[in-house]
Design a protein around this ligand. Structure first.
Ligand SMILES: O=C1CCN([C@@H]2O[C@H](COP(=O)(O)O)[C@@H](O)[C@H]2O)C(=O)N1
Length: 356
């Protein structure tokens, strides 16, 4: 069996097109590194103005301001959680009618949606908050997962950062949507991790993390407890995945060290992202772990808790990748290789440019 090095010599995957397999999703992505030389004459977005005030008396996520529900946001001093006034899921709804037509199936969808404010000030963010303040956010994520996970099989924590991601409010915050049904993305990941575990006897993402540490080709940053890579099968140019060095299934498995070092990693990762193009790097991010609710009493050892960052920027603060055309009709495609994207992020300072 040829070693990876000789394969790279015979087929330098940083130069020639090829497809890469994503074992988590059981999908392939087309990689066309030769295309990075093409001239760019596409759309350019205006960069967001970054003069966010510390307090906005009209922003309902700020302490003391009235929300759409009529409730007044308290003068919170750390994190603050409230039920979304415009939720996509409600807790109590009538069941939809059964159907025996295989082409017209409906099923029940119950849940609850919450908003978590990271900090009382609007002009701070994870990369400029103290590590203790970021640990408060992680502790809130653990609390919410424990509470909502008792009732719902899926608790999706996610953050849309920046207007480019449709974020409707500049105050540092994220959302939680918990549901009575198992959403498509994590359900597919769970199935592929189970198949791998049954075949190889180890959790897929723990094997993957160990091999990425041996290869040292796509690591962006690591500390005592976590490693962040641009995954071998990444789709978005600077997509990253956060992996634990000790096997855990969910937020509820965290110990103090994992909380501390995840806070460290998140501050460094966002600083690197923002340093790349000297802007507040837009992204959607979230966490996937073993399902909860009824699944809490079943064997979920095939799962590995991990984080996903999905940023759209491609070449500058104003040039983004579009998932359109071939990528919607055929399959995902990227030009910049995962290895080059990882090197570009790795080379960035661990300290946010606004603090340098
Ligand atoms: O008074 C308000 C303002 C915003 N919100 C909610 O805050 C959320 C802000 O999150 P986004 O910026 O990701 O859209 C959004 O889902 C919106 O519904 C309230 O629940 N009440």
């Amino acid at each position: 069996m040829q070693t990876n090095k000789s394969n790279n010599f015979l087929f330098p995957s940083l130069e020639h097109q090829h497809i890469r397999y994503n074992p988590l999703k059981n999908e392939w992505v087309l990689v066309s590194p030769h295309r990075t030389r093409r001239p760019w004459s596409g759309q350019v977005e205006a960069t967001a103005v970054e003069n966010i005030p510390e307090f906005d008396p009209t922003n309902p996520l700020c302490p003391g301001v009235r929300r759409s529900s009529g409730e007044v946001t308290p003068n919170y001093t750390s994190t603050y959680v409230f039920t979304n006034d415009f939720p996509a899921l409600l807790e109590e709804v009538p069941k939809p009618p059964e159907s025996d037509d295989p082409l017209f199936q409906t099923a029940e969808a119950r849940g609850t949606c919450r908003v978590i404010c990271f900090h009382p000030k609007s002009n701070v963010y994870l990369c400029t908050m103290s590590i203790e303040e970021v640990k408060n956010v992680i502790s809130e994520w653990i609390n919410q997962t424990n509470e909502l996970g008792k009732k719902y099989i899926w608790v999706q924590i996610f953050e849309n950062r920046g207007a480019m991601m449709g974020c409707s409010n500049p105050h540092p915050h994220c959302q939680i949507w918990s549901s009575s049904f198992f959403p498509n993305e994590p359900k597919a990941k769970g199935e592929n991790q189970r198949i791998y575990f049954e075949k190889y006897g180890k959790p897929m993402l723990m094997d993957y993390m160990e091999k990425e540490q041996q290869k040292q080709e796509r690591i962006v940053y690591e500390n005592d407890e976590w490693v962040v890579v641009v995954p071998y099968w990444a789709v978005w140019p600077f997509e990253t995945m956060v992996l634990p060095k000790r096997h855990i299934l969910r937020f509820s498995d965290f110990d103090e060290k994992q909380t501390h070092f995840l806070a460290d990693l998140m501050r460094v990762l966002v600083a690197k992202y923002d340093n790349l193009f000297k802007c507040s790097f837009p992204y959607s991010m979230g966490w996937h772990g073993a399902p909860t609710g009824a699944y809490l009493n079943s064997d979920q050892r095939h799962w590995t808790f991990h984080g996903i960052y999905l940023p759209p920027l491609l070449r500058s603060a104003t040039v983004k990748k579009f998932i359109v055309g071939y990528e919607l009709l055929a399959q995902s495609q990227r030009d910049l290789s995962a290895e080059k994207a990882a090197a570009m992020l790795r080379e960035q300072s661990n300290t946010h440019y606004s603090l340098l």
